[in-house]
Write a protein that binds this ligand. Structure first.
Ligand SMILES: Cc1cc2nc3c(=O)[nH]c(=O)nc-3n(C[C@H](O)[C@H](O)[C@H](O)COP(=O)(O)O)c2cc1C
Length: 162
């Protein structure tokens, strides 16, 4: 089959908006158009027209959002036939490696051309009461902060284009 310009989809789920923000940043860094697909809005995306899939999720209580885990499981066979780039948003730096390992199935991680945790944000204005309480208690943080790593985000886009 002839493959012309690469068709890229950035498929993500985001609770407070940070993974979505990163999806848009990756798309901006790309020199080609990318289709953004929010798994909250599109339950079963059709991947047929894409040859590269970027998957983004975020970590809550050590786990990736269920929508992202379900997407990877359901589409595994298709994903293994395409170029794949994986990322996560998370704030517990010490746990990044293990969070990445647990978030995406081994076969997908091994197949991916790049996989990284790009940092994250605590957005207190978007949190509910319990989330605010938990973040204060566990991380000691009391107000909104952003710890996104722009270099890592750009590296994801470069991996797509290589
Ligand atoms: C209630 C709560 C629990 C969290 N638990 C973790 C965690 O276990 N490990 C971690 O690295 N980050 C954790 N985070 C940080 C999130 O992954 C971070 O805020 C991320 O940017 C959220 O992205 P999203 O808005 O796209 O969902 C937590 C954040 C909140 C609000």
């Amino acid at each position: 089959m002839e493959q012309n310009a690469k068709n890229v989809a950035v498929i993500y789920s985001s609770k407070h908006g940070t993974t979505e923000k990163v999806a848009k940043q990756v798309a901006q860094f790309l020199s080609m158009n990318a289709t953004l697909i929010n798994l909250k809005e599109v339950k079963q995306p059709n991947l047929a027209s894409f040859d590269c899939i970027v998957i983004g999720g975020s970590i809550y209580a050590g786990k990736v959002q269920p929508k992202v885990a379900e997407f990877c499981t359901r589409y595994m066979e298709t994903l293994l036939q395409k170029k794949v780039v994986l990322y996560l948003c998370a704030m517990n730096h010490k746990e990044y490696d293990i969070e990445l390992r647990n978030a995406y199935p081994e076969a997908l991680r091994n197949h991916a051309v790049a996989a990284s945790v790009v940092g994250g944000e605590f957005l207190f204005e978007k949190m509910n009461f319990i989330e605010r309480f938990l973040v204060r208690k566990i991380s000691g943080v009391n107000s909104s902060i952003s710890k996104l790593d722009d270099e890592k985000i750009e590296a994801l886009a470069k991996a797509v284009m290589e």
